[in-house]
Design a protein around this ligand. Structure first.
Ligand code: ADP
Ligand code: MG
Length: 428
């Protein structure tokens, strides 16, 4: 299958060629024809399979060239990172046209976006909330919107966007093309589709729980965070010194401390992103990682779906995500569309259970790596040991609600210990 066979016009074939795409991905070859002919389409395909181009190419080709001032297409996505990424792709594919595409997202003032929209626009890429805000401030006339795309619909439902989506449905024309893309198709997305789409063509490529095939998955058992950090440091020195690397942590504190540690050890730029960072800091970190000026990005799961940097050669899971779907998303950040990647998951003794859940979801056994002989196995500090014990307790209780963990006894004792110490202190 070729892009020519999908009847893309010269302008878009050129843009696709510039992007370095040699052949369409399965979701692209199946979704582009019905989308070109104006049908409502539901597209379900795992992350990293090229869904963005699957809707952008036919959409932009339908819009053809700049026309009037009011937007004719609206693409909604759940986060500003995704909005920016879709916008970035749209600009790329529209390079040989005069189509105008503007991103709308929250966290910064309205003024610049309002002004931008007023100069005329063909495609709006927006988070639902910010779209409504700009509309309510009189930014644009919504009656020309004839195409609606809901991207990452599952995530939008998870984030509770239904009320906003309904409001948006009220203000845009009911006669329009509706397009819904999602990595998964749980019940709530099905309901969304029922409410928004009319006799859609449903295209499903492969279930989300299948990790991208091009990613080699590995795991290693290490006793604690310090040992994990020293392993990562060694690994970078050994063979990743000039490679783009993404590291995921479960907690924001860990994202901070891992980034700080690595920044001290290496000359290249290391950045962290998590929900406590401001909007601009997050966008800048992502942009700089994309451009290569940041070589190592340490992130919590907020970014596991937003980051799209095809050059990412390795994903390291500093901690095992407790939701196995997060794992699939995290490792899907490498091995994007026809490239190959590697994902190493470092697990401490308390994370074995989460790893087992991942293996049972994906139906694959992740290959265990031997710990390199020269690596020092550090003693696990007392508070980390306690965190691990608590995590094991939680896992055991999940399996057996009647399980009474050893941890509780220990905790009571340690409280007594503290009381003892306190009174000892007073006596002195
Ligand atoms: P999804 O939305 O399905 O998670 P994206 O649309 O973000 O995936 O695409 C993932 C990556 O694959 C991007 O870097 C994109 O540029 C690249 N890509 C998309 N289609 C192709 C293709 N046909 N050939 C090569 N790379 C592609
Ligand atoms: Mg996508």
């Amino acid at each position: 299958m070729t892009f020519e066979a999908l009847k893309l016009t010269r302008q878009f074939l050129n843009a696709v060629e510039d992007a370095g795409y040699k052949e369409p991905t399965p979701i692209q070859s199946q979704a582009i024809p019905p989308l070109r002919s104006g049908q409502d389409v539901i597209g379900i395909a795992q992350t990293g399979t090229g869904k963005t181009a699957a809707f952008l190419l036919p959409l932009l080709q339908t819009l053809k060239y700049a026309q009037g001032d009011a937007p004719r297409a609206l693409i909604l996505a759940p986060t500003k990172e995704l909005v920016l990424q879709i916008h970035h792709e749209a600009m790329k594919f529209a390079a040989y046209t005069d189509l105008r595409c503007i991103p709308l997202y929250g966290g910064i003032g309205h003024k610049s976006q309002l002004n931008a929209v007023k100069t005329g626009v063909d495609v709006l890429v927006a988070t639902p909330g910010r779209f409504l805000e700009i509309y309510l401030r009189g930014g644009f006339e919504p009656k020309k919107i004839k195409h609606l795309v809901l991207d990452e619909a599952d995530r939008m439902m998870d984030m509770g966007f239904m009320p906003q989506l309904r409001q948006i449905q009220e203000i845009i024309p009911s006669k329009r093309q509706n397009i819904l893309f999602s990595a998964t198709f749980p019940h709530r997305v099905e309901r969304l589709a029922d409410e928004f789409l009319l006799w859609p063509t449903r295209i499903e490529v492969s279930p989300e729980s299948t990790p991208v095939e091009t990613v080699e998955q590995l795991t290693m058992e290490l006793p604690n965070q310090r040992t994990k950090l020293e392993y990562i440091e060694w690994l970078i020195n050994d063979r990743l010194l000039d490679k783009r690397l993404l590291i995921f942590t479960r907690r924001k504190e860990d994202a901070e401390s891992v980034a700080r540690y690595l920044q001290r050890s290496f000359p290249f730029e290391v950045r962290s992103i998590h929900s406590n960072k401001g909007q601009n800091a997050r966008i800048n970190a992502m942009d700089d990682f994309r451009s290569g000026s940041v070589q190592v990005l340490v992130s919590t799961d907020i970014a596991s779906r937003g980051i799209d940097v095809p050059e990412t050669e390795m994903v390291i899971n500093f901690s095992v995500p407790s939701d196995p779907l997060d794992y699939v998303h995290r490792i899907g950040r490498t091995g994007r569309a026809f490239r190959s990647g590697e994902a190493i998951t470092l697990q401490d003794p308390s994370e074995r259970y989460a790893m087992e859940r991942i293996e049972s979801l994906t139906g694959e056994t992740v290959r265990k790596l031997e710990v390199p002989g020269h690596l020092t196995m550090h003693e696990t500090p007392r508070n980390e040991k306690q965190l691990q014990a608590r995590a094991i307790d939680r896992e055991m209780r999940k399996r057996d609600p009647l399980y009474k963990g050893a941890f509780h006894e220990r905790k009571k004792k340690s409280k007594k210990d503290i009381a003892k110490k306190k009174s000892a202190g007073k006596q002195r």
